[in-house]
Design a binder for this molecule. Structure first.
Ligand code: ADP
Ligand code: MG
Length: 554
């Protein structure tokens, strides 16, 4: 039997080095990671078997088995899931495909303490966490539907071997040769405790194989099917981490049953931290679709609108056929109804939070507001509700405001909601275009998200008031009654009247000097201390939009 030697991808070696040498005290999580992988593998096979039942080879009783040997110091985690062939083993266990792991490495690289002990706690490092407790790891696996089994083996020091192997049935057996220091992981009580703590929510049984009869260590029913009152906050959190490949704690957990025309269960999570790949177009969401507890697909476009792509969790439907294929899901009317239901549910949760937990909501908005605002132009049916909860920075103070609060503060005679947009709040605050507004005490919204350029033209109004850019020609302030404190300004104006003639001459000569480069030169009351500023044409593009377009070579 030939054995091939291979080197880990450089990134994997780096990761292994961190995992093994970190002083991280909670070694227990390796078991959570391996059980989580085993459960994913069973989910995958269960789905494949819908179209191709032969893959099960009569073994549809999905399980994770734990076997211990306290003489040889060995712990084995075995599953009868999808399994891996030679190629899969090389791809999955020799490289880093998981974006979460890449993020972990980046975080470690940026951290001051190079082997930051807290980091591994936050970031699950998946399969490689096995090397925290084992000096050698053997993976024997046979892919469902194939005949040849393979053995992957490594001491985690830069190289691994792959060789043909023997195995009955399909699935994966991971054997950990525990280092002397971690003999404790052959102890029954220790294992029971870890499984209860981290893996109780796993939907398939985790069974400890004992000479005197096997023992199932977990609840073994899908978490979302259990009554809310029987689920602890810890269990919700652990499920979030497992399901969403997330490293933070959820900000909101929404668990409900929709009844009526369409029945489904939703267990939805809103995150605390912004996933690093939120704006990557190829990013897949982490909302999983199940049909009667059978996993169908993850991140389906038809399950949530893109402006809620940070929401993760599980939706389990009774109303889709079990043999629904991923292709059949597109434009499926049942799914469309579920999607509308989920969207409304999340929106009402956000509305409640905006009312009752302003601080929490503002943190959420800082992380996800730019994505939610995509809904303002993409999702006409929910536009008004989004507009009501949307938060904005303004010239009033450093805090956030809603549009309703802005409107309540509008000056007598002020007809529009004024805004200025650009990349950076501080730079915006210094814009000369704001001077006239400041002098009259008119509040201006400061918009810094690129998405603002897209929703503003399609939304146009709030509470029957137009949005107007202060960099546009039409943003005139003549109708607005000035604050009393600005009376001094008015007197200056009178003096200015005397110099009207010389101003006309100045304007004429500027027009000649700049020629076709500009459309017009005008006297304005929008400035108080700066001599002049650029504005955009009333009907033309806003200044920032022009800059954005230029950047994209349009
Ligand atoms: P993640 O689970 O986040 O993808 P892991 O490092 O935990 O990352 O696992 C890497 C990959 O290895 C998995 O995505 C999966 O493809 C494969 N894998 C790991 N364990 C198993 C298993 N027990 N059965 C089948 N495939 C597995
Ligand atoms: Mg994993």
């Amino acid at each position: 039997m030939t054995e091939e030697k291979m080197r880990f991808e450089a990134e994997v070696s780096r990761l292994l080095d961190i995992v093994v040498h970190s002083l991280y005290s909670n070694k227990d999580i390796f078991l959570r990671e391996l059980i989580s992988n085993a459960s994913d593998a069973c989910d995958k096979l269960r789905y494949e078997a819908i179209a191709n039942p032969d893959l099960l080879a009569g073994d549809a009783d999905f399980k994770v088995r734990l076997l211990t040997d306290d003489v040889r110091n060995v712990l084995t985690i075995a599953d009868n899931g999808i399994g891996m062939n030679k190629e899969d083993l090389i791809d999955n266990l020799g490289t880093i495909a998981n974006s979460g792991t890449a993020k972990f490495l980046d975080a470690v690289a940026k951290s001051d303490a190079p082997k930051d002990v807290d980091l591994i706690g936050q970031f699950g490092v998946g399969f490689y966490s096995a090397f925290m407790v084992a000096g050698k790891v053997d993976v024997v696996s046979k892919k469902a539907g194939e005949d040849q089994a393979w053995k992957w083996s490594s001491d985690g020091k830069g190289e691994y071997t792959i060789a043909e192997a023997e195995m009955e049935g399909h699935g994966t057996q991971i054997t950990l040769h525990l280092t002397d220091e971690y003999k404790e992981f052959t102890d029954e009580h220790r294992l029971k405790h870890i499984v209860k703590t981290y893996s109780d929510h796993i939907g398939i049984p985790v069974v400890l194989m004992k000479g005197d009869g096997d023992e199932t260590l977990n609840e073994a029913s899908a978490l979302w099917t259990r009554p809310k009152s029987e689920i602890t906050e810890e269990q919700y959190k652990e499920f979030y981490k497992h399901n969403s490949h997330a490293f933070d704690d959820p900000w909101k957990t929404i668990h409900y049953r929709a009844e009526g025309a369409i029945e489904y269960t939703g267990l939805l999570y809103l995150p605390t931290m912004r996933p690093f790949d939120l704006y990557e177009p190829q990013r897949k969401g982490h909302l999983k679709l199940y049909v009667r507890k059978v996993f169908i697909t993850e991140g389906a476009d038809d399950l949530l609108p893109p402006w809620l792509r940070f929401v993760s969790g599980v939706v389990d439907s009774q109303d889709l056929p079990l043999n629904v294929s991923r292709e059949m899901l597109q434009h499926n009317p049942v799914l469309t109804k579920i999607k509308n239901g989920l969207t409304k549910k999340i929106l009402s949760e956000l509305e409640t939070a905006a009312k009752k937990d302003a601080e929490g909501f503002e943190t959420f908005w800082e992380n996800f507001g730019a994505v939610v605002k995509e809904g303002l132009y993409e999702d006409a049916s929910n536009r008004d509700r989004i507009l009501k909860i949307a938060k904005f920075r303004s010239t009033k103070d450093d805090g956030w405001t809603t549009l309703a609060d802005y409107v309540a503060r509008m000056k007598d005679g002020q007809k529009a909601i004024y805004y200025i947009s650009g990349e950076d709040i501080e730079a915006l605050k210094r814009s000369p275009q704001l001077e006239g507004f400041a002098a009259k005490g008119i509040e201006v919204l400061l918009l810094t998200d690129p998405v603002d350029e897209f929703w503003l033209p399609s939304v146009g109004q709030f509470d029957e008031k137009d949005f107007k850019s202060v960099t546009r020609g039409g943003a005139d302030l003549n109708d607005v009654k000035a604050d009393d404190k600005d009376d001094a300004n008015k007197d200056d104006k009178k003096d200015d009247a005397a110099s009207d003639a010389s101003l006309d001459a100045l304007i004429a000569s500027i027009k000649i000097a700049l020629g076709d480069g500009i459309k017009d030169v005008r006297e304005s009351d929008r400035l108080t201390s700066s001599a002049c500023c650029l504005i955009a044409d009333e009907t033309g593009m806003d200044l920032r939009m022009e800059r954005l377009m230029k950047q994209h070579n349009r």
